[in-house]
Design a protein around this ligand. Structure first.
Ligand SMILES: [Zn+2]
Length: 365
């Protein structure tokens, strides 16, 4: 762990200067209302608006259609729903970077640090499934735990500056310090100290994936983040602020992570990466060689999402043949005698896409 932290120490000093720091655990824009006499809980979007208007939200009271703030100032909900908070170029709308991904199958490598931790693994898989579940998008995400087949991104455990849960790279910007591919840095120690659930971790990972494909914070302009080197372009088809966006900059610790994408998040993704072609590839998440115990047993498609059909074929020159074809993503590879085998794998997913056959030569020692 210490070695890993040391290894990546230069990365995030670099990242801080160039990239966006994400999701502080505190909610500085939303001071918690701790007044015990408040009549009803105030929705966080109204607390944020009141705060953005320059009023103290401590002790704000909720009377259905009316809030009372700072003791005696009435504010109608209808006013907060419609008030223009700032000039027209600061409207809390989703935005995207100048450069987008130039691929649609993204392999994410997970080291044992993550796949060996059920809370994180569940969280990461749920985030990937959420992304793969955007039906009008051509993006396909694959998690792999063996680096042999190559990968595009890696999720890395790192110690990050105070209050930061995770960091990202944006597409098109230079690779960092020779580390292959682009990376999501996650501060596991900090996340663990907050006792976040796998659902909350999936919120964090799904948010970081959003940046990795070019989504800015959906409230970037209200926060004064500026366009930065990555750029910020509004979506012509998203005309309003999106309070429930996964891409809000601050992770609210009270958010249980049960809901990830908002409908506008899905609009943003399908606008940038529309499903006009499939180009679905899949990957065989096994090492190039290993003992039978490593190669055999349960195996899943690297693509995690709704799968209509999973196919495996394993053959060798001695006439061995194993086939699996089923909607169940879990296939069980039998014990294989030492030798060299040809693995073929293909999936069909609910978007109507059929992957190409992936072929690997794997040696059982
Ligand atoms: Zn962020």
């Amino acid at each position: 762990m210490e070695k890993q932290v040391w290894r990546y120490m230069p990365l995030f000093t670099c990242l801080i200067g160039i990239f966006t720091a994400c999701k502080k655990a505190e909610v500085p824009q939303q001071p918690p209302d701790t007044d015990p006499i408040q009549e009803k809980k105030i929705d966080s979007k109204y607390l944020l608006r009141i705060h953005q208007l320059g009023f103290d939200t401590t002790g704000a009271r909720n009377y259905d259609s009316l809030f009372i703030v700072e003791g005696d100032i009435p504010m109608a909900k209808s006013f907060l729903d419609t008030v223009k908070l700032s000039s027209s170029d600061k409207n809390g709308r989703h935005a995207y970077t100048n450069t987008l991904l130039n691929m649609n199958n993204i392999r994410i490598f997970l080291s044992e640090t993550f796949w060996g931790n059920s809370t994180y693994y569940q969280g990461i898989l749920r985030a990937v499934q959420e992304w793969n579940g955007v039906t009008n998008s051509s993006l396909n995400f694959h998690t792999i735990s063996h680096a042999d087949a190559g990968y595009n991104w890696e999720i890395i455990n790192a110690t990050l500056p105070g209050g930061i849960l995770a960091l990202n790279d944006y597409p098109g910007l230079p690779d960092i310090n020779g580390v292959p591919g682009y990376n999501i840095l996650v501060d596991m120690d900090y996340i663990n100290s907050l006792n976040l659930t796998y659902r909350q971790i999936s919120w964090i990972i799904a948010h970081e994936i959003g940046h990795m494909v070019g989504l800015r914070h959906s409230d970037w302009d209200l926060r004064g983040e500026g366009t930065g080197v990555e750029g910020a372009n509004y979506f012509p088809n998203i005309p309003v602020e999106d309070y429930s966006s996964l891409m809000r900059a601050i992770f609210d610790i009270n958010n249980d992570g049960s809901v990830l994408f908002s409908s506008y998040d899905r609009t943003a993704i399908s606008t940038l990466y529309p499903l006009h072609f499939c180009n679905l590839q899949t990957y065989i998440d096994l090492p190039n060689s290993g003992p039978s115990g490593t190669i055999s047993g349960s195996i899943y498609p690297s693509y995690r999402g709704s799968v209509d059909l999973v196919e495996w074929e394993i053959t060798n020159n001695s006439g061995f043949s194993y086939t699996y074809s089923d909607a169940d993503p879990e296939a069980v590879i039998p014990i294989l005698a030492p030798g060299t085998y040809t693995f073929r794998h293909r999936i069909i997913i609910s978007k109507g896409c059929t992957s190409t056959w992936n072929v690997r030569t794997i040696t059982v020692l």
